[in-house]
Design a protein around this ligand. Sequence first.
Ligand code: ADP
Ligand code: ADP
Length: 224
Amino acid sequence: TPALRIQNAVKTYANGFTALKGVSFDVQQGEFFALLGPNGAGKTTLISAMAGLSRLTSGNIQVMGHDVVHDAYAARMSLGVVPQELVFDPFFSVREALQFQSGYFGLKNNDDWIDEIIVSLGLADKAGTNTRNLSGGMKRRVMVAQALVHRPPVIVLDEPTAGVDVELRQSLWAFVETLNRQGHTIVLTTHYLEEAQSLCSRIAMMKQGALVALDTTEHLLHAE
Ligand code: ADP
Ligand code: ADP
């Protein structure tokens, strides 16, 4: 079973704009995969369809073999998404935000795992701090933590280093590489080739809603 299977994904928004023009590719389990493309390529549109947050106009997406529409709960449980925007309930502490997220997935007795996530993301000092009082970098870590509460095998990070300073970027990558070594499939979007090439084994290049290249990082670089 591929971690992700995307078949003929088409998305036309209500205003008539087609943001995905028939995109197909698979990501295998255990891969560290990059979705590379300039702003407007359709990366976020694709992620939101993977996460079941918006519906494709046609085509389908499976996460760990689960169709995101017809088997939505299983698909959602298999996927952790770290979105681009930092969105928090202003009344929650870090720990409460993670507990709330666990509740959203219907998980009970998740506190030991939440503690583990808090420690491994360097949030132990901030566990009781209200999320609105955190720095941007710390907020970013909480977004990653939230994506992990249900122990998803596949983790998607949408432009994880946008607006992030060098130090946090490096610790974020170290953490994501650890997740990958532990067997998680990692998919990240970026518009920086250098970032994709230093981290990922395969790269899908998107442009204006279409897949324009898909190859190993090595092959793509030699073709340049
Ligand atoms: P759909 O119901 O087709 O998934 P949405 O509900 O996501 O569409 O968006 C509704 C409307 O919001 C769109 O038709 C569009 O006019 C507007 N819109 C939202 N985001 C954008 C954007 N990034 N670029 C252009 N228009 C946007
Ligand atoms: P990327 O993440 O690669 O920058 P997006 O998926 O955010 O690309 O956007 C792809 C295209 O779809 C853009 O041209 C964007 O303006 C458009 N778009 C995104 N959301 C909407 C929407 N709700 N309605 C209409 N157009 C949208």
